[in-house]
Design a protein around this ligand. Structure first.
Ligand code: NAD
Length: 478
């Protein structure tokens, strides 16, 4: 059985033990054994990053750009293999896995260019004879903590800007799916970047994540994961004076108006609620439908969902792969029971499925006749479970869409320019989609939300420099 170690100061080092990475489509398939680090390894990784920082941060942008370009090119050249590994360990379909791997490659190539474009400002002083320069400098040693649902794209969209802008990195990936992050680390290691610039420490959140967040040598933490963990990280970062960026949960609304193109609306609802097994922070879990189209919408959703093929993530023709883990499927199934007990109607699915191999298979569930105050409409389920809320008109739809502690992505299906324009302006979300699924975003523009979904500067695109640099104002009396 293959064993995979941590990367600290350019060396592969074993932690305190190993934990199996199991395929959720086939529990008998163990992908590999991945080491579990400890706090001492976090110390070593931070020390390596600290030692590498002076040369890396001042060594010029050409070397950084070349390294990022090389990493991006290798990921793209190996996207089939990396995407297959990703699908095998996380459970999204092979096509989705390959798409995610390609996205990771594109992100590295984007930031290979972006580090050449980092600009400052020259401004006249209010005092004659004095010049002012405003420049951006790297933050220092950054700790990156990532979730299991995008095992290569989320590490990529934190690592690439961190390195591009001259920071050194300690990555702690999700312990459920370390395989893709390890493969990415191996590619970064071989890119020729100096030892210590990038370090990987795998292991439990309560051990590695906690040690990173509380480490005096870490200057900034970028975290993606659940609201509960994110909130605790924000408090710890405030106490230890670290810059912090949090991307957390969602309860994303998808509004469907009477004037929507029904076939298009159904397709985008199915896509954003159930693809990637509903395990996307941008998934739509509240389908808010005006009463004129509601009966037709429910019937069309049932007909479309009957065609969804749930199966092994790597099998040809699978639309929806397994749920990622035992605890996640238990949570999903418990919310199906909660929805029933709250009085919503289970229109389709919601049951555990048997397949040729033992895995975490579940039929995507759709509730109809659900009310905005029900727990299934307020709490993030993070699985293939969505509910439909019937509303009178656009105004009520908008009010229901915004009535949530979250604010990541919001969508509207309509042929009305008036409503589309109003929704873009008034939806309380970081990202708004018109006649598109709430999930599925470009790699070169800002990503993030509001309210309980995000905290701190945006990720990705040009806006990533906000978090991964710090501003200096220099005065010169020439
Ligand atoms: P999680 O919060 O359980 O874990 C996220 C990461 O934090 C993991 O690496 C975990 O090991 C680590 N961690 C756990 N406890 C920690 C601690 N005490 N200190 C430091 N680190 C700790 O989340 P998850 O289950 O891996 O991911 C699912 C969640 O992620 C969902 O809520 C989803 O909405 C969210 N998510 C958000 C986005 C976004 O961009 N908004 C993207 C993807 C996923």
């Amino acid at each position: 059985m293959n064993e995979f170690n941590n990367l600290i100061h350019g060396e592969w080092v074993a932690g305190t033990g190993y934990s199996p990475n199991v395929n959720p489509s086939d529990l008998s398939d163990v992908i590999g054994r991945y080491t579990q680090g400890d706090a001492a390894q976090v110390d070593a990784a931070v020390a390596a990053a600290t030692a590498a920082f002076p040369a890396w941060s001042t060594g010029g942008v050409q070397a950084r750009s070349e390294a990022l370009e090389k990493i991006g090119n290798e990921i793209l050249a190996r996207k089939e293999e990396l995407g297959t590994l990703l699908a095998r360990e996380e459970g999204k379909t092979k096509a989705e896995g390959i798409g995610e791997a390609a996205r990771a490659g594109q992100i590295f190539k984007f930031f290979a260019g972006e580090c050449l474009r980092l600009a400052g400002e020259a401004i006249p002083s209010v005092r004659p004879g004095i010049g002012i320069e405003i420049t951006r400098e790297p933050v220092g040693v950054v700790g990156l903590i990532t979730p299991w649902n995008f095992p290569i794209a989320i590490p990529a969209w934190k690592i690439a800007p961190a390195l591009a802008f001259g920071n050194c990195v300690v990555l702690k990936p999700a312990d459920l799916v370390p395989g893709s992050a390890w493969a990415l680390a191996e590619i970064i290691h071989r890119s020729g970047i100096p030892a210590g610039v990038f370090n990987l420490v795998m292991g439990r959140g309560s051990v590695i994540g906690d040690a990173l967040v509380n480490h005096a040598g870490i200057h900034a933490i970028s975290f993606t994961g659940s609201v509960g963990v994110g909130g605790r990280i924000a408090v710890a970062c405030a106490e230890t004076h670290k810059k912090v960026q949090l991307e957390m949960g969602g309860k994303n609304p998808q509004v469907v108006l009477d004037d929507a193109d029904l076939a298009q609306a159904v397709e985008l609802c199915v896509q954003s609620a159930f693809y990637s097994t509903g395990q996307r922070c941008t998934a739509s879990s509240r389908l808010i439908v005006t009463e004129g189209i509601y009966p037709k919408f429910i019937e069309a959703m049932k007909a479309r969902m009957a065609k969804l093929k749930v199966g092994d993530a790597l099998a040809q023709g699978t639309d929806i792969g397994p749920v990622s883990s035992q605890s996640q499927i238990e949570q999903d199934l418990s919310y199906v029971e909660i929805g029933r007990s709250e009085g919503a109607t289970l229109a389709v699915g919601g049951e555990r499925l048997k397949r040729d191999t033992e895995g975490y298979y579940m039929a995507p569930a759709l509730f109809s006749e659900s009310a905005p105050g029900m727990r299934i409409n307020r709490e993030e389920i993070f699985g293939p479970v969505a509910s439909v809320i019937r509303v009178k008109d656009y105004d009520e739809a908008l009010a229901v869409a915004n009535d949530t502690p979250f604010g990541l992505s919001a969508g509207i299906a309509t042929t009305s320019l008036k409503y589309a324009t109003h929704f873009k302006r008034h939806a309380q979300a970081g990202m708004v989609m018109v006649n598109l699924p709430t999930a599925g975003v470009d790699y070169h523009v800002p990503f993030g939300g509001r309210k309980g979904s995000s905290y701190g500067p945006r990720e990705q695109g040009r806006y990533a420099q906000e978090f991964f640099t710090t501003v200096k104002t220099a005065y010169t009396n020439a």
